[in-house]
Ligand binder design. Structure first.
Ligand code: GAR
Length: 185
């Protein structure tokens, strides 16, 4: 049985889909939900699934507190589901090819510093793109540049707004992320 930790900074709708997916799994369990925001809604969602939670500050993460916790909990895989801080190098090195991120666009487009959440959808809208999508990739030391394991796209029209783009992207994420994770394990 693989032990998974989910790192999330916000609402956690992806985290919820992943917890649902692995609820009765014989392959993996969600052993921890960790957040850098003490009031993140993802922590409430974790309680609903009886998954233990852990919160930490950026400073603590940079000082190795999160890595220590993940090691104490014997975590095999780290899932970034809307985690918005840059991961320290020691953390990526501790989980080589065992850390996976979801990005709300078709990388290499709309990736890199400052490109997260609604900023991505606003940039996609401003560029008048005819499609957007999701990218699931392994995490290396350069944030959005790890090996891509899955992409899916969705068409856009000129009527789409950043909010409707976000909705389309979330639908793709919820549909694919849990299964792609299972495939990777
Ligand atoms: C998701 O759309 C995810 O792709 C994005 O944050 C959202 C979190 O939603 N992640 C990034 O932008 C990372 N660069 P959720 O909290 O409802 O799962």
């Amino acid at each position: 049985m693989k032990r998974l930790a989910i790192l999330a900074s916000g609402s956690g709708s992806n985290a919820e889909k992943i917890m649902e997916h692995f609820q009765n799994s014989e392959i993996a369990e969600i052993a921890l939900v960790a957040s850098n925001k003490a009031d993140a809604f993802v922590l409430e969602r974790a309680k609903k699934f009886d998954v233990p939670t852990f919160t930490f500050s950026r400073k603590e993460m940079d000082a190795g507190v999160l890595l220590q916790k993940l090691q104490q909990e014997n975590i095999d895989w780290v899932i970034l589901a809307g985690f918005l801080l840059k991961i320290p190098v020691e953390l990526t090195r501790a989980f080589p090819d065992r850390m996976v991120n979801i990005h709300p666009a078709l990388l290499p487009k709309y990736g890199g510093k400052g490109m997260y959440g609604s900023f991505v959808h606003e940039a996609v809208k401003a560029a008048g793109e005819a499609e957007t999508g999701i990218t699931i990739h392994l995490v290396n030391e350069n944030y959005d540049e790890g090996r891509i394991v899955f992409q899916a796209s969705t068409p856009l029209t000129s009527d789409d707004t950043p909010d409707s783009i976000a909705e389309k992207v979330h639908a793709l994420e919820h549909k694919h992320f849990p299964e792609v994770i299972e495939g990777l394990l």
